[in-house]
Design a protein around this ligand. Structure first.
Ligand SMILES: [Zn+2]
Length: 325
């Protein structure tokens, strides 16, 4: 069964809950996966049921949250540029909220990566003539069936109008009003088509699912994601940011560089522990039983990625590429 089949929408979802909070993080419902539920089933339920909230980061810069991955809007005199497009089943609600907030038509859409909760509005926007921009591998992932191990995500085969019309390989610069957008790909990390977007002079960075605040991440092994790549990308982001930078994660409220650093340090420690267990010849189940995330779970296990699923993804990432090193 296709796990992405949507259940009927509730009336509640038609109500846009406008929570405009100047300079303050939004809250987000979280929860553990129930027995037998995949990570993606649990995440999809959350994305379908969470109210849509709007946070103003600074003049002309908004984050829409709840309906999938965070959607960032950058407004200039005549248009809105979006970063990510949320969940397909909530695109009308999102589009209405964007227009009411920005009063400008969306003309460009950047995808941070190919996953359904960040590209669900691509068909809608692409059909209306919006230019979709992404790292070149996003086009490949969106047009072929993908099966992501351990999380239950099966996706791909987007229609042509949902695919990026403008792609880049490692770096691209865009201008939206007074904001310069620098799009960077640091190699495979969460997926093989991640884009990190730096906004200047706003001093905001949109990092997609390289970081979710504050959950264990998904490492998409179907599209060359890896724990080493995640850490590499985070090191690049940390080098390009300062204490004042607002970090917009793929999910959850915006946060500071200090929290991004804590997350990076957690990944480094978990990687180190699992690498040692792999080198000692432990099987995946033995590594899971050793609970290498134990002292981090209180802070990072409140999302839809359980410690076990995270451990299995890190194990596979290390055992598949560098177990013999
Ligand atoms: Zn993702």
């Amino acid at each position: 069964m296709n796990v992405l089949n949507r259940r009927p929408l509730f009336v509640l979802k038609q109500m846009v809950v406008l929570v405009v909070m100047m300079m303050a993080p939004a809250s987000q419902a979280t929860g553990q996966a129930r027995t037998g539920e995949t990570v993606i089933q649990k995440a999809t339920e959350q994305f379908e049921e969470s109210p849509l909230t709007i946070t103003s980061l600074s003049q002309g810069l908004y984050v829409f949250s709840g309906d999938g991955g965070n959607v960032t809007a950058i407004v200039d005199d005549g248009s809105t540029l979006l970063i990510d497009s949320g969940l397909a089943s909530r695109i009308s609600e999102l589009n209405d909220a964007i227009f009411r907030t920005t009063m400008r038509p969306v003309t460009r859409l950047v995808n941070t990566h190919w996953h359904f909760d960040h590209t669900g509005g691509n068909t809608y926007f692409g059909s209306s003539g919006v230019t979709i921009i992404a790292q070149e591998n996003v086009k490949k992932e969106l047009s072929s069936a993908e099966d992501v191990p351990f999380v239950g995500l099966r996706d791909g085969h987007y229609p042509p109008q949902a695919l990026p019309g403008l792609t880049y390989q490692s770096s691209l610069t865009l201008q939206q009003g007074s904001q310069k957008l620098t799009l960077e790909n640091y190699g495979p990390a969460h997926t093989d088509g991640d884009t990190v977007i730096y906004l200047s002079p706003a001093n905001v960075v949109v990092v997609g699912d390289i970081f979710s605040n504050h959950f264990y991440p998904i490492i998409d092994l179907s599209s060359r994601g890896s724990i080493d790549g995640m850490i590499h990308s985070l090191d690049q982001i940390l080098a390009q940011t300062d204490e004042q930078t607002k970090i917009v994660p793929g999910h959850g409220p915006w946060t500071t560089r200090a929290n991004l650093k804590d997350y990076r340090d957690m990944l480094v420690q978990v990687r180190h522990r699992i690498k040692d267990l792999v080198a000692a010849g432990k099987t995946m189940d033995e590594v899971v039983a050793a609970v290498p995330t134990k002292d981090f779970d209180a802070r990072w296990a409140s999302g839809y990625v359980t410690p076990e699923v995270f451990t299995r993804m890190v194990f596979s990432s290390l055992a598949g590429s560098s177990a013999s090193r």
